[in-house]
Design a binder for this molecule. Sequence first.
Ligand SMILES: CC(C)(COP(=O)(O)OP(=O)(O)OC[C@H]1O[C@@H](n2cnc3c(N)ncnc32)[C@H](O)[C@@H]1OP(=O)(O)O)[C@@H](O)C(=O)NCCC(=O)NCCS
Length: 149
Amino acid sequence: MTIALAWIDPARDPELYAGERRLRFEVLRRPLGMPEGSEENPAEARAEHLVAHDAGHVVGCVMFLADPDGQGGKLLQMAVAEARRGQDLGRTLVRELERHVAARGVAQVHMHARETAIGFYERLGYAVVGEPFTEVGLPHRLMRRDLTL
Ligand SMILES: CC(C)(COP(=O)(O)OP(=O)(O)OC[C@H]1O[C@@H](n2cnc3c(N)ncnc32)[C@H](O)[C@@H]1OP(=O)(O)O)[C@@H](O)C(=O)NCCC(=O)NCCS
């Protein structure tokens, strides 16, 4: 298994982007009974897209949306294919995202974490901030990590 990471531009990398969208649908939307297309995010065009692929087959992905002030940003649409979980791929994607944005001075990353993923983000140094809330019908918490510490 040779997995490559790639920051993609949806317009220039339509095949990898289609793979990313398919994975996001399969992992994040289909299990909730939501229809194809529901994986489309309002931030789709403004966000940065990182994929992990095995010879072009997308097996992991995450997006980053910078805050308007440029000091921080939101990690979103994090997904690893079921068959590839528990092999450090999620950690590799988050660490690459952090490296990439820290290089241009982003100091803080936050996300809306599904309750079932809180332990994963905690392993990577993120802390829960604030009260539970609901998104896509699931309990979530805001989590955050200061990249400068
Ligand atoms: C959550 C998810 C991205 C983790 O990806 P992964 O590739 O399996 O994670 P890794 O193998 O890199 O795990 C890194 C560490 O987190 C731990 N971990 C992984 N998933 C975890 C979870 N759901 N809860 C607690 N700990 C978890 C691993 O045991 C590992 O621990 P270690 O530091 O002792 O080695 C993946 O399970 C997934 O896509 N889940 C469904 C979609 C989802 O919930 N996305 C997040 C939405 S907010």
